[in-house]
Design a protein around this ligand. Structure first.
Ligand SMILES: NC(=O)c1ccc[n+]([C@@H]2O[C@H](COP(=O)([O-])OP(=O)(O)OC[C@H]3O[C@@H](n4cnc5c(N)ncnc54)[C@H](OP(=O)(O)O)[C@@H]3O)[C@@H](O)[C@H]2O)c1
Length: 162
C-alpha cells in the first residue's frame, strides 16, 4: 500500500490526538510538525516521536515528504495555514472552526479543492446545537461544500468537491 506522509501544524492538545489517530491507520508516516518557534517544534517532535521539526508552517507545507497537512493551530491561524497548504497542492485536514469570519470562510471557499485535492474540517461535537445548525445549513446549500458522517462516525466532515 502507498504510504502517506503527514505533517501537523500546531502540535498542542488536540494535535496529539490527530497524530495518534493517523498512526493507527497503519499506512501514514508522521514526518513533521511545526509550532510557533523551532525550539518549541523540536520539543514537541521529540515528545511525539516525529523526525522533522519546523519553526513555521510555511516550511512544513513546502516539505515534499508531507502529502497531507493536519491543521490544529489556534483558530485565527486556520485560514492562513489551510491556504498555504492548498497553494502547495497538499491535502488538508483542519480542526474546527472553518474560519473566524464569514468573509474569511468565503475566501477559503474560493480557493477550495485543487484538481484532486480534498479539505476536511473535523467537528467532534456533532450533537451540540451549533454543530447541528452548521450541518443543516451546509447540507441545504448546494455550494461550496457538503457535510456527511465520517466512516468512523467520530466527527462530521465538511468537504468540497470540484
Ligand atoms: N475537534 C475537537 O474536539 C477540538 C478539541 C479541542 C480543540 N480543537 C481545536 O483545535 C485547535 C487547537 O486547540 P488546542 O486545544 O490543541 O490548542 P493548543 O493546545 O494551544 O495547541 C495549539 C498549538 O498551535 C501551535 N501554534 C501556535 N502558533 C503557531 C504558528 N504560528 N505556527 C504553527 N503552530 C503554532 C502551538 O505551538 P506553541 O506551543 O509553539 O505555541 C500549539 O502547539 C483550536 O482551533 C481548537 O478549536 C478542537
Amino acid at each position: 500500500m502507498t504510504r502517506i506522509g503527514m505533517g501537523l501544524v500546531g502540535p498542542g492538545f488536540v494535535g496529539a490526538h490527530h497524530i495518534d489517530a493517523v498512526r493507527r491507520l497503519g499506512f501514514v508516516d508522521v514526518v513533521a510538525v511545526s509550532a510557533s518557534t523551532e525550539a518549541s517544534a523540536r520539543r514537541k517532535a521529540d515528545a511525539l516521536g516525529v523526525p522533522k521539526a519546523y519553526g513555521s508552517y510555511e516550511a512544513l507545507v513546502a516539505d515534499p515528504d508531507v502529502h497531507v497537512v493536519h491543521n490544529t493551530t489556534p483558530n485565527y491561524l486556520h485560514v492562513p495555514v489551510v491556504l498555504a497548504a492548498l497553494e502547495r497542492g497538499k491535502h488538508v485536514v483542519s480542526d474546527k472552526p472553518l474560519a473566524m469570519t464569514a468573509a474569511d470562510a468565503k475566501k477559503l471557499a474560493a480557493r477550495f479543492v485543487p484538481p484532486d485535492g480534498r479539505v476536511r474540517f473535523s467537528i467532534s461535537i456533532r450533537r451540540a446545537p451549533t454543530s447541528r445548525s452548521r450541518r443543516s445549513s451546509s447540507t441545504s446549500s448546494p455550494s461550496p461544500g457538503r457535510s456527511s458522517r465520517s466512516p468512523a462516525r467520530a466527527c462530521w466532515r465538511w468537504s468540497a468537491t470540484a
